[in-house]
Design a binder for this molecule. Structure first.
Ligand code: PLP
Length: 418
């Protein structure tokens, strides 16, 4: 079915991007009469044909409900679904497949932990520590939990470059801390956070850790065991996979001690008129018919990324980021937001005299898709004293030529706006 075991590298060791672009049909179109340039990858990545084919193949040949069926298609669908669990297990280097829970995405994974682990273990006066650059998905569920439980949310501050400040950490992560929840890679700034240090600091006080890997999984190798993260979460759609599917990794001991999230089919062991007992992991947290097709296709996305190689992807995106940053800084009045030493391919910028939204609209007229606004990080924007940024975020299929087009379009937009 799939044909992904191809050579994606040029003789010089760099990625054969033209070859990779052949796998992404959506890129080969004009938008507003111009060649389409997609720089909104931090919002969602485009999908390679291998992922799209996995999805259609599933519906064309295997569609069935899983786990309970004894017929051939039910067995095929179950095998394909569970095969993705094994792929995710090795993708994250989890110790056991039972530690991989399928959810709708990062947001649901975090809400699951807040609603189950949080409800069980957070008490009045406890502290939940998050960073200054969290996406709302890793902020709001903790605010909600803290309000329910009369607990407190504390913030790890950052410097103006968008790097977390760890020098005062022992006064932030203390014996009162029950949870440290931090974004691995910032969607608004591109910063790669020192999560190993945070996890170690949390461990010293016996706090549980949750890492939001939404922006990390497509760029960085993730090893939850060597990191020692208790929970690690991500979404399929930011990893060249489909929307509507994501992952919660949790350590078995924690998952076993947590109450279920939702009640319904699959998550039970036995139900009587009087009550019920719960299924074993991972099914205890997968109530109802899951998003089978998209889980299957997520497996193809993981294969795709691993076939190209994260190291190669990162190397390519770093070339793009360096080039784009250099070109952007030549644009009069442009200020880069997020200048951490350790970054992925995210270029956020502002002008004192031009609104980000106007830039986004005019770039779209030139066929270039970027994101503007607060990027679901309002507290971070408040910290930086700006309402929002314009953000170009790069992926494996982007090119230097596309950056040239975007910068040219930016000059054109500024001529109109100033
Ligand atoms: N966390 C980060 C860092 C993100 O960038 C995003 C999405 O932009 C999310 C969480 C939420 O992901 P989803 O909407 O797929 O649940």
């Amino acid at each position: 079915m799939l044909d992904i075991a191809r050579d994606f590298l040029l003789a010089n060791g760099q990625l054969d991007v033209e070859r990779i672009r052949e796998d992404f049909p959506i890129l080969h179109q004009e938008v507003n009469g111009k060649p389409f340039v997609y720089f909104d990858n931090a919002a969602t990545t485009q999908k390679p044909i291998q992922v799209i084919e996995a999805l259609t193949h599933y519906y064309l040949t295997d569609n069935s409900n899983i786990h309970r069926g004894i017929h051939t298609l039910a067995e095929r669908a179950t095998a394909a679904f569970e095969a993705t669990r094994d792929k995710v297990k090795s993708f994250l280097n989890a110790a056991e497949r039972e530690e991989i829970i399928f959810t709708r995405g990062t947001t649901e994974s975090i809400n699951l932990v807040a609603a189950t682990w949080g409800n069980q273990y957070i008490e009045a006066g406890d502290e939940i520590v998050v960073s200054a650059m969290e996406h709302h998905s890793n902020m709001v569920p903790w605010h909600m939990l803290a309000q329910r439980k009369k607990a407190k949310v504390k913030i790890i501050p950052m410097n103006d470059a968008g790097e977390l400040l760890l020098d005062n950490l022992e006064n932030i992560i203390t014996s009162k801390t029950k949870l440290v929840a931090c974004v691995h890679v910032s969607n608004a700034l591109g910063t790669i956070n020192p999560i190993a240090s945070l996890i170690n600091a949390a461990k010293k006080v016996g706090a549980v850790t949750l890492i939001d890997g939404a922006q990390a999984v497509s760029h960085l190798d993730i090893d939850v065991q060597s990191l020692g993260a208790d929970f690690y979460v991500f979404s399929g759609h930011k990893l060249y996979g489909p929307t509507g599917v994501g992952v919660l990794y949790g350590k078995r001991s924690l998952l076993e001690a947590m109450p279920p999230y939702q009640g319904g089919g699959e998550m039970i062991s036995e139900v009587t008129y009087e009550g019920c007992t719960y299924n074993e992991l991972p099914y205890k947290f997968e109530a109802g018919t899951p998003n089978i097709a998209d889980v299957v296709a997520l497996g193809s996305a993981i294969e795709y990324v691993l076939t190209i190689g994260k190291k190669n992807i990162r190397q390519h995106e770093t070339i793009l980021l360096d080039y784009a940053t250099k070109k952007a800084l030549e644009v009069p009045g442009l200020q880069c937001i997020g200048t951490a030493a350790d970054k992925v391919g995210v270029l956020s910028f502002v002008f004192s005299d031009v609104h980000p939204q106007d830039i986004g609209i005019l770039l779209d007229k030139s066929g270039i898709a970027i994101r503007t606004g607060h990027h679901c990080t309002q507290p971070l924007m408040g910290r930086l004293g700006i309402p929002g940024t314009s953000r170009m975020s790069f992926a494996v299929y982007n090119t230097i030529e596309e950056i040239d087009l975007a910068i040219e379009a930016l000059y054109k937009a500024l001529r109109l706006l100033r």
